[in-house]
Design a protein around this ligand. Structure first.
Ligand code: B12
Ligand code: SF4
Ligand code: SF4
Length: 352
């Protein structure tokens, strides 16, 4: 055990050196709060994210040993990203707001490199060859529930994992391993108490009382993962959010940190407010080039144009009408036609 204890300390030091501010280690099985996840899926709160409800991924979420045979531990890591700069509610006519997590180079790319470095470190220092499977966001692993069990932090009412003194503007990552490292104690403190700020601030009221959200109403889902039209009832609630949403985190007292904010992920590669007139004038190639290596490409041209139309409709500026009309005439896609026609009606009454 002595060697494994030393390895754990050395690993944590290495993880901190590459930029993970928090590291916790926990048992891989049973998966914590899997019943809450299953209930969420049964209630169809996952909206159009069908991959979350597939029997094979459900089974893997319940038991990481189906991902990595002999999996003993889940190493949970957190890396901060830069918080939003402009205040909540700030709007700039003709511009759409991008949530803070998406402003730097796509974290999947940068964090994956760091996880590979950590896997090499484990293998170089362990007494035997070590099997490791790492994920950042993309794997069928309950990242927040494991992070809580590993003592990293606690999911708040808005469901985001909060780390005391750091806040919730962090990315999470997990490393599954067959190495029986010593485990850390779970996080047991409730960081919310009677606070309700996120629930009150959520524009669509999608935060549920059981620490889950109704994804079908969440602006983050509607503007990023959703491949369909944004329902008319929800379009006005999207406000100026062009990609993602930070409202429930911006009001959280745990994110009201004074002083310097830094992130090992580097400076933002995008502005917080994207010029939507420019975007609507770009062809597919320009969009792909301009947003290369950022999370924005996840929504593809179609999703980005849909979101731009909804934001411009919400802002009500008549200067947007010529571009919106041009797109309504040119786009054949029903999702885009719906968004452009709606935006024109919003700005100009019913004569779209
Ligand atoms: C699907 C998904 C989404 C969906 C659904 C989000 C949701 N809240 O369920 C959508 C597209 C809406 C989304 C949005 C965002 N996401 Co997202 N998303 C995921 C993903 C892939 C799975 C989450 C999931 O399983 N949801 C289902 C619910 C039921 O599970 P859960 O929220 O994780 O909750 C579990 C625990 O909290 C646990 N639990 C712990 N304690 C307790 C206590 C009680 C009483 C109960 C009942 C349960 C419970 O039970 C739950 C089930 O196991 C994860 C990555 C991953 N593999 O985990 C990223 C992840 C959660 N997303 C992330 C981010 C950054 C975001 C956004 C902030 C992006 C943005 N700015 O727009 C928003 C935040 C919106 C919000 N309020 O949640 C980060 C969150 C980091 C953090 N600090 O928590 C993650 C971890 C990705 C990463 N690797 O960094 N996301
Ligand atoms: S991301 Fe926005 S819409 Fe989603 S729960 Fe938070 S405040 Fe509500
Ligand atoms: S705003 Fe309040 S209730 Fe919501 S997550 Fe933060 S502390 Fe918890």
């Amino acid at each position: 055990m002595g060697a494994l204890s030393q390895l754990k300390d050395a690993f944590k030091a290495k993880a901190q050196q590459v930029g993970f501010t928090q590291v916790g280690i926990t048992e891989a099985f049973p998966a914590p709060h899997i019943d809450a996840f299953q209930h969420w899926v049964e209630q169809e709160r996952h909206a159009g994210m069908a991959y979350l409800a597939r029997p094979d991924t459900l089974a893997k979420r319940a038991d990481p040993r189906l991902i990595l045979a002999d999996c003993q531990r889940v190493i949970c890591l957190a890396m901060p990203y830069l918080p939003p700069q402009a205040p909540l509610g700030e709007t700039r006519s003709g511009y759409g707001r991008v949530s803070a997590y998406a402003l730097t180079v796509d974290y999947h790319l940068t964090i994956e490199e760091k996880l590979n470095e950590l896997a090499l470190f484990l293998n170089a220092n362990a007494p035997k060859a070590v099997a490791v499977r790492s994920y950042v966001d993309t794997g069928p692993v309950l990242e927040r529930a494991f992070a809580e069990q590993a003592g990293v932090g606690m999911p708040g009412k808005n469901t985001n994992l909060i780390i005391p003194g750091v806040g919730s503007y962090v990315f999470l990552a997990v490393m599954l391993t067959d190495l029986p490292l010593l485990v850390d104690p779970p996080f047991t403190r409730d960081l919310c108490g009677s606070c309700q700020r996120c629930i009150e601030a959520c524009p669509t009221g999608c935060i549920l009382p059981d620490r889950t959200i109704d994804a079908a109403r969440c602006i983050s889902y509607l503007t990023i993962e959703n491949k369909s039209s944004i329902p008319d009832e929800l379009k006005p609630k999207v406000g100026s959010w062009f990609f993602g949403c930070d409202a429930c985190q911006m009001v959280c007292p745990h994110n009201a940190r004074p002083g310097e904010h830094t992130s090992p992920l580097g400076d933002p590669s995008l502005p917080e407010f994207v010029n939507l007139y420019e975007l609507l004038a770009w062809d597919e190639f320009t969009i792909t080039t301009r947003f290369a290596d950022t999370a924005l490409l996840r929504a593809k041209r179609r999703g980005l144009l849909r979101n731009a139309a909804v934001v411009l409709g919400n802002q009500g500026d008549t200067n947007a009408l010529p571009l919106l009309r041009r797109h309504l005439a040119e786009e054949n896609d029903p999702v885009l036609q719906d968004a452009f026609a709606w935006a024109i009606r919003q700005i100009n009454g019913e004569d779209a």
